[in-house]
Design a protein around this ligand. Structure first.
Ligand code: BTN
Length: 335
């Protein structure tokens, strides 16, 4: 390891230490933090600024020190693994929690250049280039949501990635329901919604190989405790789990629940395809029967949402005719 790498590692550890000290939401004086970390008060101040860059809400008060606007729960690989069933633990190839990364999905794609990413899971507290669908950015301030990606290798390429991403939506909803959060549904193709607002999203990316096999990176973002400030930068109505759950949701418990359901879904999908969960998707369909605009690259169609067909394509009645649409560059605006 060269000198620069060593310095970077040290600085990440210090940053992590600082966050873990501030996680209780109480004031910590610059002096005590400097002493504990073996750095100057000016250096502590500099690090506090970088926390603000990760959209952490920090208050600094003269004579009192620094505190987060609210306590936060940091992700922990041991806690997540402890919450997994024996079967899921046996399936899991690797579980990584990153503090800061460009994108958890990008991280897995880079790994895939040199190694298998099958059943590998990556979580990040903060993504500085989180990817959403249709080139949008996924906004999730430090520790305010779940940013998770999972790699999966298919020996035989799935017939439809649209259907696989729909199946992923079902798995995410089941994990939320398992935690007692009932008021969740799906908006085609793969938004997780509650009360007509976006709670989470799914981005599925695949890489096909020779001999008919392929690797898939399933990226999932869920809003858990989304600060008011950051909602302004998101150009659609959003909601978070703490807004719909009676009790605060543990991000570690949620991570385990999502991993568990994804593994179950993927094993079933490999054997039975989309038929294994089509009826569940239909039950979770939050917009069947609603009027909507379907935004295509060159035109916008108005119609009534009829649901999905057996391949996960959207069925819409447009000008009295039943039409089918695959995902891709489509966007659905429901009235
Ligand atoms: C959407 O636009 O609805 C899809 C959002 C997907 C966001 C997740 S967060 C984890 C993973 N890493 C990314 O960069 N994007 C996905």
């Amino acid at each position: 390891m060269n000198m620069k790498d060593k310095q970077t590692l040290m600085s990440i550890d210090k940053q992590q230490y600082l966050i873990s000290r501030l996680a209780d939401g109480k004031f910590h004086s610059g002096e005590s933090l400097a002493q504990e970390m073996g750095i100057s008060r000016a250096a502590v101040w500099k690090r506090i600024q970088t926390l603000a860059d990760m959209q952490l809400d920090i208050y600094s008060v003269n004579g009192k020190g620094h505190r987060l606007s609210q306590p936060l729960e940091v992700l922990n690989t041991n806690t997540i693994e402890e919450n997994l069933s024996i079967v899921a633990r046996a399936t899991l190839a690797d579980l990584t929690v990153l503090q800061v990364v460009s994108s958890t999905s990008e991280y897995l794609h880079t790994l895939l250049n040199n190694q298998s990413i099958h059943a590998s899971v990556v979580l990040a507290e903060y993504q500085n280039k989180g990817k959403g669908r249709r080139g949008k950015q996924w906004v999730s301030p430090y520790a305010s949501g779940l940013c998770i990606s999972l790699g999966w290798h298919f020996d035989s390429t799935p017939a439809s990635y649209t259907a696989l991403s729909l199946a992923t939506g079902v798995a995410v909803c089941k994990s939320l329901q398992g935690l007692g959060i009932q008021n969740v549904g799906l908006k085609w193709p793969n938004d997780i919604v509650s009360d007509g607002k976006k709670l989470g999203g799914i981005l599925l990316e695949s890489r096909s190989e020779t001999a008919g096999c392929s690797d898939v990176v399933i990226g999932i973002g869920i809003n858990v405790n989304l600060p008011e400030k950051s909602r302004i930068s998101i150009q659609q109505a959003v909601i978070d789990l703490n807004g719909i759950s009676q009790t605060p949701v543990s991000r570690n418990t949620l991570s385990a629940a999502v991993i568990e359901e994804l593994f179950t879904m993927l094993e079933q999908y490999q054997q039975h395809g989309f038929s294994s969960c089509i009826s569940q998707w239909r039950e979770l369909d939050a917009y069947k029967g609603k009027e909507a605009d379907l935004i295509l690259p060159n035109e916008t169609l108005k119609g009534e949402i009829l649901g999905i067909d057996e391949n996960g394509l959207l069925l819409m009645r447009v000008n009295g005719e039943t039409c089918r649409f695959s995902s891709g560059e489509l966007s659905l605006r429901v009235h």
